[in-house]
Design a protein. Structure first.
Length: 144
């Protein structure tokens, strides 16, 4: 048959083992570590290359890494300022492309906007990968 133990003895043993294990464990810091120069350059480059997919990649990179690396903060903000208005125009053009008879004009406009985003993002990403800051020629600088 099973032995019956005193519940209070079991509880005190459990409390002691939790206390001993808590003394040996250390939690991690809530602060994220700063990026190394190579990581800083990599994330800045990816923020510009993300222009192929609109403003979402540069927004995510800006929100996550802006406090961890100065080059990433600067370049992801630059990429976001460039891609945000063009992404809004792109989505609007896609919606207006559904209009019969004149939708082809907006469809063509959407393709041209995407080509502009793609080429500009690739050029900027290549420059960032070399460690050089990049400024888009026509940029609204909505986010400061």
């Amino acid at each position: 048959m099973a032995q019956s133990e005193d519940p209070s003895a079991r509880r005190s043993h459990r409390e002691r083992s939790e206390q001993n294990s808590a003394e040996h464990l250390q939690g991690s810091s809530s602060e994220a570590l700063p990026l190394t120069p190579a990581e800083d350059r990599r994330w800045a480059t990816l923020a510009h290359f993300g222009g192929l997919m609109g403003c979402v990649p540069s927004l995510v990179i800006y929100l996550i890494f802006r406090d961890r690396g100065p080059f990433t903060a600067q370049e992801s903000k630059e990429a976001l300022n460039f891609t945000l208005p063009l992404t809004v125009l792109l989505v609007g053009s896609y919606i207006l492309a559904l209009i019969p008879a004149i939708g082809w004009i907006f469809g063509l406009t959407a393709v041209l906007i995407w080509i502009c985003l793609a080429i500009s993002g690739l050029v900027a990403g290549i420059e960032c990968n070399k460690g050089r800051p990049y400024r888009y020629r026509l940029n609204l600088r909505l986010i400061h």
